[in-house]
Write a protein that binds this ligand. Structure first.
Ligand code: FAD
Length: 365
């Protein structure tokens, strides 16, 4: 069996790994570079039970366990267990009016509210290193990585028989659409529901050993009373990822054209400098922005595409794509190879649950 995976993000890389481990012939087609989009620019926070009570719970629990075992087996990326805390960043004038708990690496205006989790249930990976590491592991099991833009599908009757990429045809018995927010493009070729992208700017600091294994979910209160959520994610490799704002910029059709909004980055940097002396401007190693893939009901699409034998999709993981990639790849590999996902029930993520777009109405620049 030959499988072509469109997209070398975390979902494509993990799916390639679990297929290749079964000795299935796998080709990943990536337009830019592996992990060049959200999968390389995300925070990398993992939580075992923060999806409890939602349809994502089983996928998240299985993925959390797989992250630990994959790191033990392959381990070419940084992985550490962390505690997580909620808290408040208050304006300068308010500092003395609050008497709350503090973590000693934080500035005076950061007040810790609650311990949200312990290292037993939360962890951090470097998502770029994780995605690239999974792709390399897939290649060691025989998968191929091809650079090229997927521009269409090859069809044989109602079935999918391959992809058009970089001016060539790659024959396949099964095709997986894992193009992140660019999966919308595949709605021109297949009966797919809407997938869209939500943009966030972020900064990465080289903090060495100055930031302990403590993830923070802070509410920053501006001088005029507005509140912004700030996420501080320290990784074992000495980098700390901070994202503070979401913006609603339009998704450029070429992933290479994604650019951070300079005002958003400036505002994020100013917030970081209020949080800790560890976040000094000369320590910034990346100023970046990316789009996470989102669906209309907030749940991912994982499974067969209705009406096209051999076509599958795996996208729409929103804020939990790094966490949920391993169990997505594992279950999708089972579905493709054996006709049934055994390790995780994919029913809640069936693409058929949402109304497909009319391909003639999908306009891509
Ligand atoms: C700021 C931020 C922080 C985040 N933090 C976390 C976190 O802490 N924990 C967590 O679990 N999740 C987090 N996420 C979510 C996570 O990053 C995403 O859900 C995940 O990376 C999506 O992966 P993907 O493989 O679906 O898409 P992508 O990473 O977007 O990959 C899609 C790939 O397809 C390629 N492509 C596009 N068009 C074509 C084409 N025509 N032909 C060939 N290739 C093409 C692109 O170049 C890209 O490499 C965060 C997201 C953001 C934005």
């Amino acid at each position: 069996m030959r499988v072509v995976i469109c997209g070398g993000g975390v979902i494509g890389a993990c799916t390639a790994y679990f297929l290749a481990r079964r000795r299935i012939d796998v080709t990943v087609v990536e337009r830019l570079e592996v992990a060049s989009c959200a999968s390389g620019k995300a925070g990398g926070f993992l939580a075992r039970d923060w999806c409890a009570g939602s349809a994502l719970d089983a996928l998240a629990r299985r993925s959390f366990a797989l992250h630990a075992s994959l790191h033990e087996e392959i381990g070419s990326w940084s992985y550490q267990r962390v505690s997580a805390y909620s808290g408040l960043v208050v304006p300068d004038a308010d500092k003395r009016r609050h008497a709350a708990a503090k973590l000693n690496w934080l500035s005076d205006g950061v007040l810790i509210g609650a311990e949200l989790s312990t290292p037993e249930t939360t962890a951090m990976v470097n998502p770029h290193a994780f995605t690239s590491g999974m792709m390399r592991a897939a290649e060691q099991h025989g998968a191929r990585l091809r650079h090229g833009e997927v521009t269409g599908l090859v069809r044989r009757g109602d079935a999918v028989a391959g992809v058009e990429a970089g001016g060539e045809t790659i024959a396949a018995d099964a095709v997986v659409i894992a193009l992140g927010p660019w999966s919308l493009r595949a709605a021109q070729w297949l009966r797919l529901p809407l997938v869209f992208g939500l943009q966030s700017p972020s900064l990465v600091y080289d903090t060495g050993t100055d930031v302990p294994a403590e993830a923070l979910f802070l509410d920053w209160q501006g001088d005029s009373g507005e509140t912004i959520g700030v996420e501080v994610f320290p990784r074992a490799d000495g980098s700390t990822h901070i994202a503070a704002l979401s913006s609603q910029g339009p998704l450029p059709m070429d992933p290479a054209d994604v650019r951070p909004d300079p005002d958003g980055l400036k505002a994020t940097q100013a917030i970081c400098e209020r949080i800790s002396p560890a976040f000094r401007p000369e320590r910034i190693v990346a100023r970046q922005s990316c789009f996470r893939p989102v669906t209309q009901d907030g749940l991912p699409l994982i499974g067969p595409v209705p009406g096209s034998a051999g076509a599958y999709i795996a996208t729409g993981h929103s804020v939990w794509g790094i966490l949920n990639a391993p169990a997505t790849g594992e279950a999708l590999a089972e579905l493709i190879a054996e006709g049934r996902a055994r390790t995780t029930d994919l029913t809640p993520f069936d693409p058929a649950r949402l109304r497909p777009l009319d391909p003639d109405q999908v306009r891509i620049a």
